[in-house]
Design a protein around this ligand. Structure first.
Ligand code: SAH
Ligand code: SF4
Ligand code: F3S
Length: 478
């Protein structure tokens, strides 16, 4: 037993910290009211769903303080970039925008610019920002996002530039405000960080070691979401297969799914991402037996070549990947499978690439994200001798896209004429009379419908296959 417990003062540091940040939010809110401030904010989110979820937290904090969402970035009082560094182009975008915003700030010096997210955890980036981007007022990282109220207060009261980056993560801080994008579906973090160190990937360096949220916290959050009308939850983690292993009372991801399934009101459960190397039979069985768990699995392949997979430190080979696919299909016959593939990893030859094409042809994915390998300083792959020439990687990339398009189109044809249940999410960007939503298999469907249907599950007959989405017709209810 620890000393604190003996003394009867066992305060969870995460709980204490959350109370402290909430107190600062109240102080700032009072200050905003007293001074009659009418400030606005704008957040641009780059990168993955982890960042999207973090931005919901930032905007929740800001709105509780009294900031309103701005109509445009250029007129906002506070502009935030929640950055990504998984590939170089995501970083270039941020530098480009900072140059653009500099002009606006010249005219309106009260505009404040804040940067956070994964890119801030890179030393070289931080040095560059400190030296050459004086227009940035606040910089924080991925490990201290929960301290945003305190850092914001310091920036507003001092008028000075505030930089706070932690090299390592601290406690998981629960229960801070959050402003969710949709009222009927929500993302929920189940774990943070990654321990896998795939040799091309920077995520473990910028998001820290793997740690899981306690199941009680997750279940409490999801029960509250369900009470607020949320029907679909997406559980987020870089590798959900290792969920719960390091908790004081270990629990598996499959058990967590089982518990979430029991929450009334939750109709659909999704998750991202799981790593093929340690996909457990328990999880496959949970997919088959829990009706609320959607029949969709995102299973990143990265490469089909066993030789390259080894150099990527992925801990599986082509045969093992194909075996996982077989077991998933055995358990859930019409499961939809999606993937991530990297083209142009150092040393990738024509033969290696053909192995990737072979796996793609064998598996027949429902959809795929394909990426040109991007060299990330500090990762083992960046130091590998045989970087692939850009033209060669691009040639492979284009061919892979052609193969995928052909296969995805052919596979989608089997869905035409079928009736699917679409959770209507929003009106189409191009046509106000059209709604867009997703099926349990995660297919995107556009159909004619009134915006009053947003948030409901609507039966739709699939009419046309547009390769990356479907168009359908709503089946009128009796
Ligand atoms: N944890 C997830 C992936 C997170 S990053 C997983 O393991 O599946 C999302 C995707 O970005 C990866 O699956 C990979 O395909 C791609 N990616 C990561 N690093 C990359 C790099 N250096 N260059 C190109 N693509 C990369
Ligand atoms: Fe990156 Fe690999 Fe971790 Fe995914 S599992 S985040 S690709 S290191
Ligand atoms: Fe996500 Fe990009 Fe960070 S992919 S974890 S936002 S580096």
């Amino acid at each position: 037993m620890s000393k604190e417990k003996d003394a009867g003062v066992s305060i969870d540091p995460g709980v204490e910290e959350s109370a402290r940040q909430r107190a600062i939010i109240r102080e700032l809110r009072d200050e905003f009211t007293q001074k009659g401030w009418n400030k606005t904010y704008w957040i641009t989110t780059l990168g993955c769903q982890m960042n999207a979820r973090d931005s919901e937290k930032l905007s929740g904090i800001l709105e509780e303080i009294g900031y309103r969402r701005s109509e445009a970035e250029e007129s906002a009082d506070l502009v935030i970039y929640n950055t990504c560094c998984v590939r170089e182009n995501a970083e270039q975008k941020v530098y480009g925008r900072l140059g653009y915003l500099k002009n606006y700030k010249k005219r309106r010096p009260e505009m404040k610019i804040a940067l956070c997210g994964c890119m801030m955890q890179e030393n070289l980036v931080l040095e560059k920002l400190k030296k050459s981007y004086p227009q940035v007022d606040l910089i924080f990282g991925t490990h201290n996002l929960y301290k945003f109220p305190e850092l914001l207060q310091a920036m507003l009261s001092s008028g000075e530039r505030i930089i706070d980056i932690w090299k390592e993560h601290g406690e998981i801080v629960e229960d801070l405000p959050s402003n969710r994008k949709y009222s009927f579906k929500a993302s929920v973090n189940v774990m943070f960080g990654c321990n896998n160190f795939c040799t091309y990937c920077i995520v473990p360096y910028v998001r820290g070691r793997e740690r899981s949220r306690r199941p009680e916290e997750i279940l409490k959050e999801i029960s509250q979401l369900a009470q607020d009308g949320v029907k679909e939850v997406q559980l987020l983690g870089q590798n959900v297969n290792s969920y719960g292993k390091t908790l004081e009372h270990p629990i598996s991801f499959a058990q967590l799914l089982q518990e979430i399934s029991q929450i009334d009101g939750i109709e659909r459960i999704r998750f991202m991402t799981s790593h093929p190397k340690d996909l457990s039979q328990d999880l496959i069985d949970a997919m088959a037996t829990l009706p609320k768990v959607c029949p969709h699995f995102h299973l990143p392949l990265q490469s089909g070549s066993s030789r390259i997979l080894e150099k990527m430190n992925r801990h599986y080979d082509q045969a093992r990947y194909l075996d996982v696919v077989r077991r998933l299909r055995e358990a859930v016959p019409d499961i939809s499978l999606t993937t991530d593939i990297i083209v142009g990893f150092p040393g990738e030859t024509d033969d290696d690439f053909e192995e990737t094409v072979k796996v793609v042809r064998d598996v027949q994915f429902d959809s795929a994200f394909t990426f040109l390998y991007s060299k990330r300083e500090g990762t083992p792959a960046a130091a590998m001798a045989e970087q692939v020439p850009e033209e060669e990687a691009k040639r492979h990339f284009d061919r892979l896209l052609d193969v995928l398009k052909e296969d995805i189109h052919a596979k989608n044809e089997t869905w035409v004429g079928r009736t699917v249940l679409v959770l209507a999410e929003e009106t189409s960007k191009h046509d106000e009379g059209m709604l867009t939503g997703r099926t349990p298999h995660n297919q995107l469907v556009h159909f004619q419908g009134d915006r009053a249907l947003i948030g409901s599950v609507v039966p739709v007959k699939i009419v046309e296959n547009q390769t990356f989405y479907f168009t359908g017709e709503r089946i009128p209810s009796e």
